[in-house]
Design a binder for this molecule. Structure first.
Ligand code: ASP
Length: 332
């Protein structure tokens, strides 16, 4: 079943679903139930459901001796390359000028990080972000400079606008309707992914084509360290999805990590960050289509996930078992 159809079906049914390599005795209720349980091995959590291959790839990378950075990079490269995913990488919906522009970042638990924003024509922005982190003294490269850096480092230029995305764009042009902070079906669903290797080493990656039909040049929260992603091996990590402007305004992922540093559970920290958004900017709460959500993990592998409105799912791999779970939410 396609991811969106699956999401719709799941939310209509109003039930939580666990998809596991080992058939579970019973489906769990929505939301993390194990936030108090330290993990014995690797834990991987990511926003939404981009297929089992995503958490499995991160897990297998760690099992084969890869680093947490290898794990998060390889996992998010899957939706980046998937033409059917209209919110990340190749096949992503374009901006209002019909251009696909990508934002991505990567970070390890020691504070090393790299990002690219407003990058065009490169299928794997997360890998360019990794090179920014590893090969330069900088953190963020933007637009043409990011593209030049990618090409100099062997990345190939390609057209990221698929025929389906172009058709959707042409359809959108008929009305040119664009109303953030409301999300439409197609203008959210970033992948933010956190991995912990079982020894307390963490990393995260976040990659997106951003909001469909955005103003040209718009950059969301996803590539911004502290907004769309933050990781600290002393504490844990967090990553975001939804209307990026809302997340940026509260430095959402950094906020969650700092709340965990001060003793909040990942679940409590996600909730407080969402409350902060609507407390500071009540207009977001007034919008029916307002979407924002976070997933978080401590260095011990305890997890949290919450969205403002019902509908966020997350993918979890713990003890080698993959689950797709409905996140808790604040309002229906
Ligand atoms: N956070 C992303 C952005 O604002 C959208 C998403 O979650 O898909 O660009």
């Amino acid at each position: 079943m396609k991811r969106r159809a699956f999401l719709k079906t799941a939310s209509l049914a109003g039930t939580a679903t666990l998809i596991s390599q080992k058939t579970p005795a019973q489906s769990p209720a929505s939301g993390p139930k194990d936030s108090g349980t330290p993990a014995q091995g690797p834990v991987i959590i990511s926003t939404w459901d981009f297929g089992r291959a995503v958490p499995e790839t991160a897990f297998q990378t760690l099992m084969k001796g890869g680093t947490v950075i290898d794990a998060v990079e390889r996992a998010v490269m899957i939706p980046e390359a998937d033409p059917e995913v209209t919110t990340v990488g190749y096949g992503g919906y374009p901006d209002r000028n019909g251009k696909v522009t990508l934002d991505a970042c990567i970070m390890n638990g020691n504070g090393d990080c790299g990002a690219v924003v407003f990058l065009e024509n490169i299928m794997h922005p997360v890998s360019v972000a990794r090179l920014v982190m590893e090969k330069t003294q900088h953190v963020v490269l933007a637009g043409e400079g990011a593209l030049q850096f990618a090409l100099e480092n062997g990345f190939k230029k390609m057209n990221l606008l698929t025929p389906d995305a172009e058709a959707a764009y042409k359809e959108w042009l008929k009305t040119s309707d664009y109303k953030p902070p409301q999300a439409s079906e197609h203008n959210h669903d970033t992948i933010g992914l956190l991995a912990m290797d079982g020894k307390g080493n963490m990393a995260g990656a976040c990659t997106t084509s951003g909001m469909a039909w955005k103003i040209r040049g718009r950059v969301g929260d996803s590539p911004l360290i502290g907004a769309g992603l933050y990781v600290d091996n002393d504490v844990g990590g967090a990553t975001a999805t939804g209307i990026g402007e809302a997340v940026i305004k509260v430095a959402g992922s950094f906020l969650i990590v700092e709340l965990m540093r001060n003793g909040k559970s990942p679940q409590e920290a996600c909730r407080i960050a969402l409350e902060r958004i609507v407390h500071k900017q009540p207009r977001y709460a007034e919008k029916d289509g307002f979407v924002a959500g976070f997933v978080a993990m401590t260095k011990e592998g305890q997890i949290g996930a919450m969205s403002y409105r019902k509908g966020l799912r997350y993918s979890l791999c713990k003890d080698g078992v993959v689950s797709i779970v409905d996140a808790d939410y604040m309002v229906k």
